[in-house]
Design a protein around this ligand. Sequence first.
Ligand code: ZN
Length: 224
Amino acid sequence: MKPRNKLYEISNKFLSELYPDRCAVCDAIIDAGNCVCADCNEQFPRKPEIFRLGKATCYSVCEYNEENKKIVFGAKDGRDFYKLCFMATEIHELLKYYGVISEIEAIIPVPAYFLKRLKRGFNHTEKMTRHLSYLSGIDTVKAVRKIKEAAEQKALNRTDRMKNSEGSYVVRERNRIRNKTVLLIDDVSTTGSTLKEISRLLQKDGNKVICAVFAKTPYKGNKE
Ligand SMILES: [Zn+2]
């Protein structure tokens, strides 16, 4: 195990002494080191999907519905490590199942705008990515930066959302992330516009982009 992974493990152990581990789905107290109880693990409504966004292949674990929203919101606003851990673990299992994890050279989190990050104190997607790095041994590289906060996406239709994402992101680790196979991670994808835009930027430098999200609303993606 790499030394920094050891450090990550120790800091998590310390946190779990202070806060007992809880199930990411039902919030019951469970044995330390787990992120979901046995019942929820068995019954969790996984609905894996593979779809395309431009030239990128995307994987999603489950549907973004009222139940799964609670997990995502807890991870986002409640700083619940066990929810982030669950989301990362599910993505890792899915990518392992489809045999794609072995080809990935770097994991890249979808960035948050710095004001949002400042307000929240952390970027939950980045934390999720760090856990995925811990599970897979593949480095997280914060290679993309969000340079402008686009208009509120919720109010826009799909075409406008696509346009809205353009020019919001820049690639900043272009020496490290060039001609690589990279995994782009987000918690939720609602239209695919963010993933599509960032993938397009990374592909410009010869990278092969694979995307993965925990939950996805039922848009179709495109077929190429
Ligand atoms: Zn449970």
